[in-house]
Structures are given as C-alpha cells and as structure tokens.
Design a protein around this ligand. Structure first.
Ligand SMILES: O=P(O)(O)OC[C@H]1O[C@H](OP(=O)(O)OP(=O)(O)O)[C@H](O)[C@@H]1O
Ligand SMILES: Nc1nc2[nH]cnc2c(=O)[nH]1
Length: 184
C-alpha cells in the first residue's frame, strides 16, 4: 500500500473526536446569525482563506441571506506539515479591496499569524473595514496578535484535522474535529 495512505489510515483510526459534526453545524448557525446581524447591510466581500477555509466558507455562505461577493486568498504557513513557518502567498484576491468591507473566513486561528497577515494586506489595499471569522479558535492560553470578530468553537491545543483542517494534506474532509494521537 502507498505509505502515505497507510499513515493517513493509522492517524484517522487513532484520532480522538473532539467535536462532532452536529456540534460544528450548530456553531456555524450561531456564527452565521452573528455575521448577519453585523454585516447584512454592508455589501461585504467575503475572502475565503484557501485551503483550510474552504469548508467553513462553503458552509457559512448558504446561511447568509444578504448580498455579498466572494473571492479568495491563498496564504499558507504550514504547507501540509504540522508546524508553522513563514507565510507563503500563493495567490491574492483579484477583486479590488479598496473601499470594501471585507470578511475574511478561515478554518482555524492557531497562533494567529496567517489571519493577521491577511488583515494587514486588506488594509494596505484600502479596505474600509476588515472583519474576521474563524470556525475554530485554538485555546493556547496566550494573547494572540488578532482576535476574530466571529468564532465558531474554541478548541483544545492539539494538532487537529477535519472540517477543512488537514493532516499532511489529507483528512480535510473528516466530518468532525479530530485530534491527532501523536500530539496528544
Ligand atoms: O493561526 P496560524 O498559526 O497562522 O495558523 C492558522 C492557519 O493554518 C492553516 O493553514 P495552513 O498554513 O496549514 O494552510 P492550508 O489552509 O492550506 O491548510 C489554517 O487554515 C490557517 O490559515
Ligand atoms: N490542520 C491544522 N492546521 C492548523 N494550522 C494551525 N493549527 C492547525 C491545526 O491544529 N491543524
């Protein structure tokens, strides 16, 4: 068997379910209600942070019943590994950001560097306001460089996968939030 697929199978089998799909879906409902209350009259541009933010964005958008635009940004700090380094900008939004109200959506806020860098970029481009949404906020017990305006669930400090979060590029599609055993 392909050794990577073998590793993925073992990680999946040994992982601990921290939050069920039902819990995450309920958190998405609450997030969408809070976002609607704040942004429904502001014609926002939603920026999906690729790759991890795809599922959070895709699940939030149908819950937002007001006019908005969608674009994406691909900034990666972990690059399919389990520890962060410098941010690599793989692509930036093509929609002009000047004068727009932006909502940046990502799967997880860990140390906060990725979201912070994206917010700075949006401000440099002349956005009139930048809001941030993280489906998961990792409880690191430290002050982070940025606090999201909208948070789904606070999650424990483990390396996680599922709902957009990967283990070595796999398992983003896992239906729940799982902690990898080797870092437990
Ligand atoms: O708060 P931080 O410590 O900066 O980490 C959070 C970032 O890490 C993950 O992205 P990653 O770099 O793994 O790229 P990916 O979206 O392709 O998974 C996640 O999607 C966030 O964007
Ligand atoms: N997949 C994944 N990506 C992350 N990026 C920052 N923290 C995490 C995490 O726990 N899991």
């Amino acid at each position: 068997m392909n050794p990577m697929l073998e590793e993925i199978g073992i990680v999946k089998q040994q992982a601990l379910l921290l939050h069920s799909a039902e819990e995450v879906e309920a958190a998405l409902n609450k997030m969408a209600a809070a976002i609607t209350e704040k942004l429904q009259d502001s014609n926002p541009l939603v920026l999906c942070v690729i790759n991890g933010g795809i599922i959070a964005t895709g699940k939030l958008l149908p819950r937002l019943d007001f006019p908005l635009n969608l674009d994406s940004v691909h900034a990666s700090r972990y690059r399919n590994t389990t520890s962060g380094s410098d941010i690599h900008w793989l692509f930036k939004p093509t929609t002009p950001l000047a004068g727009r109200i932006i909502l940046v959506v990502d799967d997880i806020l860990d140390e906060g560097h990725t979201l912070q860098a994206i917010v700075e970029y949006c401000r440099e481009q002349g956005a009139s306001a930048v809001y941030t949404a993280a489906l998961f906020d990792k409880d690191l017990q430290v002050t982070k460089p940025i606090e999201p305006d909208f948070i789904g669930l606070t999650v424990a400090n483990h390396y996680l996968f599922g709902y957009g979060m990967d283990y070595k590029g796999y398992l983003r599609n896992a239906p729940g939030v799982f902690a990898c055993k080797e870092v437990l």
